[in-house]
Design a protein around this ligand. Structure first.
Ligand SMILES: [Zn+2]
Length: 150
């Protein structure tokens, strides 16, 4: 790790909580360095769309815009993407639950999740069915998703 790079402090426990289908709510969260930190800070490549999904949630928590861009399909990545968790109107992410992880074929997968957050003191949920593709470079990337009412 380079001490000169400025970035948000890393938590001990991983913000994603190691979310997985059928994970018990009482499950102990994994350590950040052993979970999403491998991908966000250490350059390891997620082997599944589920691992990528978790690490992208954690990147939102930490404000890692460059990681979000790098893991977003070029065709759908917003050009002005900038996540600042310290901004006044930024959502405060409270937790991630994975409802479904479906490997469609070798290069396509679907992850359904619910992310809980607060904005301006109001609690909300983001329930999304996300699509992921694996490119020829072997990397999974987020394509887009359908937000469903819960
Ligand atoms: Zn994690």
């Amino acid at each position: 790790m380079n001490a000169e790079t400025s970035r948000a402090a890393r938590p001990a426990d991983c913000p994603c909580g190691g979310a997985a289908p059928n994970l018990k709510a009482t499950a102990k969260p994994p350590r950040y360095a052993a979970c999403c930190g491998r991908f966000i800070d250490a350059g390891a490549l997620p082997e599944t769309a589920l691992e990528l999904m978790r690490s992208r949630y954690t990147a939102y928590v930490l404000g890692e815009s460059s990681y979000l861009r790098a893991t977003w399909a070029r065709e759908t990545c917003p050009p002005d993407l900038d996540v600042d968790p310290l901004a006044l109107d930024a959502p405060r992410w409270l937790g991630l639950a994975i409802k479904r992880h479906e490997q469609v074929d070798a290069t396509h997968a679907i992850v359904e999740f619910v992310a809980r957050y607060k904005t301006g003191g109001r609690a909300s949920r983001l329930h999304e069915v996300s699509r992921f593709t694996r490119a020829e470079d072997g990397r999974w990337r987020y394509v887009d998703g359908d937000v469903t009412d819960t």
